[in-house]
Write a protein that binds this ligand. Sequence first.
Ligand SMILES: C[S@@+](CC[C@H](N)C(=O)[O-])C[C@H]1O[C@@H](n2cnc3c(N)ncnc32)[C@H](O)[C@@H]1O
Length: 297
Amino acid sequence: MNLLHPSSWKNYELLDSGNFEKLERFGKVTLIRPEPQAIWEPVLSESEWIKQAYAHFTREQKDHYRFGEEVKGGWNKLKPTQDHWQIEYQYQTLNLNLRLALTGFGHVGLFPEQGSNWNFIYDTITSWKTKKSRVLNLFAYTGAASVVARAAGAEVTHVDASRPGLNWANQNMQLNQLSDIRWVYEDALKFVKREVKRGNKYNGIIMDPPPYGRGPEGEKWTLQEKLNELIQLSSQLLEPTPSFFILSMYAAGLSSLVGLNVVRTHFPHVAPTSGELFLKSKTGRDLPMGTFLRFNR
Ligand SMILES: C[S@@+](CC[C@H](N)C(=O)[O-])C[C@H]1O[C@@H](n2cnc3c(N)ncnc32)[C@H](O)[C@@H]1O
């Protein structure tokens, strides 16, 4: 069981957490957001949080946060703050610019814990001598991983069921002076089934499925029911070599052993690295952020 945290961030910091909330710095903007797993007491005082924060997202629901539930609520601005801004991420020769914004669900368009997977994607693709590698990013959201794979030289197919998410990903691609990412507005499982029928192959598959989701035509995605089938199909899409595979699972409340057993079933000859993703905290209360599993061959 490995513990992995994104050690390359200069422009993101987890400053403190507790009382079901987290205090985070995203570039020049510090935010307070809900965090279901932060059941401990914060280290810094409430007044210190308020002093540092620009905006505070408060949930409508008064009861305790349940894993995977859709958070509803609103932002309360504590200081004059733009609704959207940019953040930089550097790693080796990668200089990534990403657009952030205060969204209605308390999201900002970025999962900072994914930084260590971005490094893995960049290192793996740039180490390949293959001129034209192909990468498939499922549940790809605002496209940080898609932009990293494209910046590393791969052809990228980006699949998500959210139009605003696809538009945001397109903005992120342009922010990095890149082009030609293939945008697919579709249910991930449906897309993968069709790719298998077509006999298409990829050198890299990235998936970060939510516990629940809906495809554009109402297709129901439930991680626990559908993950096995999705990975079985993905094993038919992934080239033997050179190739890589990344699975992240957040808010599903499932152990990383679950992902390991499913992957071992359909990729019997690989030795994946797996475990927990976490965010290192300035106040020492490190924050768990789901599980990861990855391999390259
Ligand atoms: C947790 S986010 C993924 C985060 C992303 N991997 C990242 O690191 O930026 C889950 C994404 O899954 C998408 N989604 C939910 N249900 C889906 C489905 N059935 N098919 C495709 N995408 C879906 C959502 O629109 C959302 O963008």
